[in-house]
Design a protein around this ligand. Structure first.
Ligand SMILES: [Zn+2]
Length: 91
């Protein structure tokens, strides 16, 4: 008896890029914002653009979002990472 495997339509494929996997899994714990995209700069560093609501305390820098980042990493299956978090309030 042969066993048919899914042809991939119902299964989503994991992006190979760690930043894209992290971006896909990230949700702000305060405003439930989504990610606009991932941009790689001229130094090869990926930047994840998060569309926080205008009133979001994370965007203002009043609340750190490290917890959300680590939860996203866990959901994405990222066990080790080097992430520099820059929120909207800190430059
Ligand atoms: Zn937010």
């Amino acid at each position: 008896m042969s066993r048919l495997r899914g042809v991939g339509r119902s299964r989503t494929r994991k992006p190979a890029n760690v930043s894209k996997r992290l971006a896909r899994s990230y949700v702000c714990g305060h405003c439930r914002s989504e990610v606009r995209g991932v941009r790689r700069d001229e130094h090869g560093i990926d930047h994840i653009d998060i569309a926080h609501d205008a009133e979001c305390p994370v965007l203002r820098g009043a609340v750190p979002d490290e917890g959300d980042v680590y939860r996203a990493a866990a959901r994405a299956g990222i066990s080790a990472m080097d992430v520099r978090v820059r929120d909207g309030g800190a430059e």
